[in-house]
Each structure stands twice: as structure tokens, then as C-alpha cells.
Design a protein around this ligand. Sequence first.
Ligand code: SPV
Ligand code: MG
Length: 335
Amino acid sequence: MLAIGTTTAAERQARFRALLASSEPEYLMEAHNALAGRIVEETGFPAIWASGFGIASSLGLRDSNEASWTQVLDIVEFITDATSIPVLFDGDTGFGNFNNFRRLVRKLGQRQVAAVSVEDKLFPKTNSFVGECQPLADVAEFCGKLRAGKDAQSSDGFCIVARTEALISGRGMNEALDRAAAYHEAGADAVFVHSKATTAHEVLEFAARWDRRAPLVVAPTTYHGTTCAQFREAGISMVICANHNLRASVRAMQDVSARIFRERGVAGAEPDIASMRDIFRLVNQDELTHAEAEYLLPVLAPEPPLAPAPAAAAPRPVPELSREGATPRAGVAAR
Ligand code: SPV
Ligand code: MG
């Protein structure tokens, strides 16, 4: 059984730092809610990408800061509560200027988050794959934001990943490298170079010219043909699978909805969907069953009669749990 939410912020931060320092490209998987986070951890990924796009989309919103930063923070808290591996939180542009960003950094530390990624676009942001030539933040202003974030973090282990959108915005390789160097100088623990090219040529050239000055992070959403060996050879530390659980779940829901609608019955869908037992396991239902045996059932157990009951007396009823509190008594029996 997974340890749920028992890992301290310091442990998660130390593990995240070790992943950044690893000579092997470490793959991070996207989670947009706590259930997805449990699946990412259970699968074996060493860390979670709490995707801004994924969280916004799962709320039915655009990746344009339509959800407030505290609404997003609440979701990441559900993710850290439900998991024990490090979470890299997608902090977009930091939800404002240096002051908003440093407050975000403090709050993330309080909520067991290991690291934040902050990108050099303008608030409210637009997703990198929408439109062309998005305006970028002034370099000095963004460096001030990074320095404020580093000064605000309450523990040394917390990491700030500076993400440059220079390639996405068509500013060219030299500007991307100059921005990354300035952000590293300002205290960023790693550089995330984002690209929407359909091959990895941009990030590979960037990596070659970057020459391992600080850990490099990439997200091969569009250059998905690139292999782990190519990333290893380029010296890339982290590979973010930024939206794959969201996209997989959307496809699965579309398929099962269409099938049940078409067939006017649920039987055909049954072999292709997760069992109820699987969901109970992911939310650790057994832990509650055991906790009830420990804390609740002694209270509900019938008291011994004070005097011998008359032969004709009806048996004393056991108080029932409310509907909301009713759970299986001995493990989970449903399919
Ligand atoms: C996200 O997952 O929210 C990202 C990555 O920022 S991307 O959508 O590729 O810009
Ligand atoms: Mg994002």
C-alpha cells in the first residue's frame, strides 16, 4: 500500500534535487488531480508534473489563468496529500509580479510541494501552443521575480525552475540562451527550455550550447519521437510528459460515453473500464475500514444488558451509520 501524504516537504525536496542532479533523464508524468497523482506514483514515476494546462482543462477552463491561484493551490494540495513523491508545480508566470510569486513560493512550501516552474511570459498567460509570438517578460523583471522567489523559500531544498519561452515565441536560439544564462545567474536551480518544434532539433542545439551549466528540463509534447537515449546524450535532466494523463483520460471517457450511448447499456463497456475495486484501492479505502474498526465500531457496539433480557424482548438494535458514513465492514467487496 502506498504511503499517503506521509513524506515531509524536506524529503520531497531532497528527492527532487537528486533527480535534477541525476545523469539519467528522469521522466515526470502529468497529474491534474489527486487520483491522477496516485496513478503516477503507483506506476513508478519518481515525481509529478502538476500541469497548469491539465488542471485548468479538468476544471473546464482555458490555460489562461482563468482559475485563481488559490483554486489551483487547493488542487495541488490534494495531490501532495494523496502522494509521497515530489511534485513540480507549474506556476505559470507566478500569478503576477515578484510579490505574487514570492507569496506563491511560501504557500507551496507549506503544502509539501518540492519545486515550482515559472515561465517568462506575461500574466494572464496563454498556453504555449496557442497563437504565435506571445510577448515575453522583460529579462531584468523576470530575474527580480526569480530572486524574490529564492529569497522567499522557507527551506533550502525548494527548487525554482526557470522556464524560457523564447523559442516558442520565435525569438531565436541566442535569445533563449541569453535568457537562460540570466535566469541561472539570478538563482534558478534549473532551466526549462520549451519548444513547439516537431523534432527535438531546437532543444538539442540549446543543450549542446548550454553545455551543462545547470540542469535542463524539456517537455516533448510536439517532438514526441525523441528517445530517452537522445535526451541522455544531450545531458537533459528532466523530461516532462506534460499532458498525457489528461489526454488519455479524455479519450477514454469519450470512448466509453459513446459506446454506452450507442448500445443503450453498460455491459459492453465493462471489460474496458477500471473496476470499482481498483478505485477503492487508489483512494486507500481499506485504511478507512481499519480505522473504523479501531475508532468507530467500539462506540457502536451494543452495550451488554444490565439485567437478563426477558425471553420475549426484541433484540436491541445496533445503531446504524448514516448513509454517508456507511462503508463495508470487512474490506471492499464490490467488483
Ligand atoms: C502545462 O502542462 O501546463 C505546460 C506545458 O505548461 S505546455 O502545455 O506544453 O505548455
Ligand atoms: Mg503550463
